[in-house]
Design a protein around this ligand. Structure first.
Ligand SMILES: O=C(O)c1ccccc1NCC(=O)[C@H](O)[C@H](O)COP(=O)(O)O
Length: 238
C-alpha cells in the first residue's frame, strides 16, 4: 500500500473535526459527455492537489466512463494521493488486477456486484491483498446489506449507478440514509455535489468525506472550486 491509506485520510479528517474532500477522476460521463481528455490528466491532477483534494477515485469502465487500467496506472504515477477504483466488478480476478495496478482501495457497490457470493469473496480477497474496501450503497436495503457484510466504510452514492447516473441526484439521499449507519462506520457521500452548501449538508448529516466528480471537471478553475468546496467540510460543533 506504500503508506497511502484512504481510511487514514477519513480518520484524520474526523479527528480534525471536518470531512475529507475526494475527487472522482472520470473522463466521460454517461449524462454529461466528455469531461476530461487523457492529455489533460497531468494538469488536472495537479489542480486537484493544489486545491486540497485528499484522495482520488477513478472509474475504470471504458464503455460508459472512458476509463481503463492504463489510465488508472497513469493517475497512480502522477498523483501521490490514495486511489480508489470504481468499476462494474463482475469477477474476482479484478481484485488482483486492482492491486497490481497500484490502487489502494476498491469500491464494491452492493447494487452492481450482483452475482451471488461474489461480493463476499471480493471483500475477502481485497482484504487479503491489503486493498481497503468501501462498500457502495444507494438504497436503504443496500446500507443494511453493507452493514451485514461488516463494512467499515460505506459510500452513499447520491446518484443511481445502475441507471448509469443519468439522474441528477441530490445530497438529500445521504441525509436520509446516514441515520441508519452507526457512527463507528466511515461514510463517503458521493456524487451530485456542485456548491459548498451541498458539502455543508453532507457534513452536517455526518459524512466523513465527500466525493466530487463532474463539478470539478467542468469547472474552469478546478483548484479554486476544490478550495471553496473544502471550506464547506468543517464540521460545526453540535
Ligand atoms: O459507484 C460505482 O460503483 C461505480 C461503478 C462503476 C463506474 C462508476 C461508478 N461510480 C461513479 C460515480 O459514482 C460518480 O462518478 C462519482 O461519485 C462522481 O459523481 P459526480 O460528482 O456526480 O460526477
Amino acid at each position: 500500500m506504500d503508506g497511502r491509506s484512504l481510511q487514514e485520510v477519513l480518520d484524520n479528517a474526523r479527528l480534525d473535526g471536518r470531512a475529507a474532500l475526494m475527487a472522482d477522476v472520470k473522463f466521460i460521463s454517461p449524462r454529461d459527455g466528455l469531461l476530461l481528455r487523457p492529455e489533460d490528466l497531468e494538469g488536472y491532477l495537479a489542480e486537484l492537489v493544489a486545491g486540497g483534494v485528499e484522495a482520488v477515485s477513478t472509474p475504470t469502465d471504458p464503455v460508459h466512463f472512458g476509463g481503463g487500467i492504463e489510465l488508472a496506472a497513469r493517475i497512480r504515477a502522477l498523483c501521490p494521493l490514495p486511489l480508489m477504483r470504481k468499476e462494474f466488478f463482475n469477477a474476482i480476478e479484478q481484485v488482483d488486477e486492482s492491486a497490481d495496478a497500484g490502487f489502494d482501495a476498491v469500491q464494491l457497490s452492493v447494487n452492481t456486484v450482483v452475482e451471488p457470493g461474489l461480493l463476499e469473496r471480493m471483500i475477502a480477497r481485497s482484504e487479503r491483498l491489503g486493498l481497503e474496501v468501501v462498500v457502495g450503497a444507494h438504497e436503504p436495503e443496500h446500507v443494511a446489506r453493507a452493514l451485514e457484510l461488516g463494512a467499515k466504510t460505506i459510500a452513499v452514492n447520491n446518484r443511481d449507478i445502475v441507471a448509469l447516473e443519468l439522474d441528477t441526484g441530490t445530497v438529500s439521499r445521504t441525509e436520509s440514509l446516514l441515520s441508519a449507519i452507526p457512527p463507528e462506520v466511515r461514510v463517503i457521500s458521493e456524487s451530485a455535489f456542485h456548491t459548498p452548501e451541498d458539502v455543508v449538508r453532507a457534513v452536517a448529516a455526518g459524512a466523513d468525506a465527500v466525493l466530487v466528480g463532474t463539478a470539478l471537471a467542468q469547472s474552469p478553475d478546478p483548484a479554486g472550486l476544490a478550495r471553496r468546496l473544502r471550506a464547506g467540510t468543517v464540521r460545526c460543533p453540535t
